[in-house]
Ligand binder design. Sequence first.
Ligand SMILES: *[C@@H]1O[C@H](CO)[C@@H](O)[C@H](O)[C@H]1NC(C)=O
Ligand SMILES: *[C@@H]1O[C@H](CO)[C@@H](O)[C@H](O)[C@H]1NC(C)=O
Ligand SMILES: *[C@@H]1O[C@H](CO)[C@@H](O)[C@H](O)[C@H]1NC(C)=O
Ligand SMILES: *[C@@H]1O[C@H](CO)[C@@H](O)[C@H](O)[C@H]1NC(C)=O
Length: 602
Amino acid sequence: MDERKKKSNNSQEDEEKDEEKEPKTILGVFTKQQFTMICVAVGLVVLLLIITVTSVVLPINSGSETSKTMVPFTTDGDMLEFLLQNGEIQEKDGLYATWYHSANSKVETQKALESDTMILEADVNVQGHNTDNETNIPIMAHPPDVYSDNTLEEWLDAVIRSKKGIKLDFKSLQAVEPSLNLLKNKNQTGINRPVWLNADILPGPNVPGFWPVVNGTRFLELIQTKFPDVTISPGWKVLYLPPFPDVTYTKAMVMEMYTTVKHLPQRITFPVLAVMVRNGWPHLSWLLSQSSRFSLTLWQGQENPTVNDLLFVRDNTNPQRIYYDIYEPVLSQFKEAAKQKDRPRRFYTGGDIVDYFKPANSDGFNILWEKVYDQASLLSVLKESPGGMLVIPVTSGTGDVRIPVVEGSLPELPLQNCLDLVLASKNPWGIYLRVKSQRQLATSLHLLRKAYANDLLYHPVWINMDISLGVFNVKGYITGLEFVRTINQIFPYVTMAPSWPQEVLDQGYTPQVVEDMMELFQEVWQDVSLQLLAVHLDRSEAGIRIIQQSQERFSLTVEQRTRIEGLQMKSLTFFRNGTRHRTFYNVPKAVKGFVSEIPNKT
Ligand SMILES: *[C@@H]1O[C@H](CO)[C@@H](O)[C@H](O)[C@H]1NC(C)=O
Ligand SMILES: *[C@@H]1O[C@H](CO)[C@@H](O)[C@H](O)[C@H]1NC(C)=O
Ligand SMILES: *[C@@H]1O[C@H](CO)[C@@H](O)[C@H](O)[C@H]1NC(C)=O
Ligand SMILES: *[C@@H]1O[C@H](CO)[C@@H](O)[C@H](O)[C@H]1NC(C)=O
């Protein structure tokens, strides 16, 4: 509309100019009649211009599909980049990409093309699959249908004329090769959009090993040889069973997938069932972190995911690396909630505290640590500190030994009350439980588990205990195995923060005590932070050096329990030499001033 108005204003100006010239030209060159004819001609041209401009410009603005406006785009390109270039989205954020499902039959495909969704997802099989009449013609059908009024070729021809992205979901291995041949063929005249190829290639949650899946080896082989310019979407076959709501993607499933695809050069997006993502997050987030080419596509079946679960995923990921193939009304509710500026972040309890606190220079040194002694000290910290790791010593209650309480608190502060106060605070707090009594490990974990299940716990949680293991096998301490097993059974979404019994540290952290600790915790899937006491550092250079070489796996926390313990400049300098975003300082604030004077590593 604006375009049109501007045009007519311009032509008015032109006419005005013409009128100014009128006396000269009319007297000098033209007769009155000639002049009138010229005026009519000019008027006609202007009119024609207006008509042409409006008829060309307006339909484009109203979003009609025309391949003429398509920007050239490679089939293996990034979907968000594609949508951005075509003006479908304003920023590269998977939240804004929209999906149309099962655009299979001709009617459904047409509906999809006329809709404003951005990406078409459709199912491919061969005609008459598993019947006597099976052909190798790829058709658009979701099992049990093996016939369709729409072949893949017809489908591609229709979709390529639009501005929509393509995701093909292969329902049988037989359909893959002829489809890749078709894609190769169409590519010669230009597909001009990302193509995603999906197949369920591994058994996933609630699916027994013998269940038929698309042969992944063959699926990937065919892609590499026939048409490698795609994004691969390799999935797990999954069943959601309401009686088992906690079943999710396991470490073994995720590892198997990673092993299957890690050598591939393509972009890869892993389709995951949205309702299972929060529980499977430790493993799925691990998978995501293995390559910048990896993304996740959350999809849903019968069961709606909760808005909270979706926010949880969003709050723990880069917006460019998650797609949300979720139905209404949950999708709109989620988008609305995600946009709210001041909502508290739903942090993964087992996540990295540098990601949570975002300290200056991503330096673990800049994270504050506060100790909780009793309710009064807790309330004062919650009020006065900007946030940090709260070290909470836990032991058995004196009245009821089954209840975990804050050690030394008077009046006795039950851990539950302590957690309630922390979770009610708006500042960022990490919860560091120093479990002093073996029987309170399980009880404390149960409290955490309950808060997590009730959607209250979105803080980093560390579990510390002195443990007994290998060369530091000391009576009276929980064994390393028991510590790991209890956490995994009750509430595994934590950072494990084991420390050594005082009794074995006469020689400091020797290579031997360090190596035995690392050997056990190498195997756990959680993040692990080894807890070292400052008083022993000066005798421990060799041991610490070993840990510093594995800081990708193990973060380090140095702790000074009292102000008067000598913290040697030399050993601190040495400590400071480690990976800064993986080294933490649970020390009094006064000591921090002293540490900050240590010059930066070059
Ligand atoms: C296969 O095709 C034949 C002839 O068109 C038809 O009679 C028969 O029912 C078909 N068989 C199956 C299993 O669909
Ligand atoms: C999958 O395909 C590969 C390669 O073609 C083949 O060696 C393997 O036996 C197949 N696996 C199954 C379970 O059919
Ligand atoms: C698809 O077409 C593009 C552009 O012509 C070309 O560069 C690319 O190699 C083709 N890909 C395949 C797998 O044929
Ligand atoms: C710090 O690390 C560098 C190598 O990363 C090493 O050469 C140097 O000796 C270390 N400094 C101290 C004080 O350990």
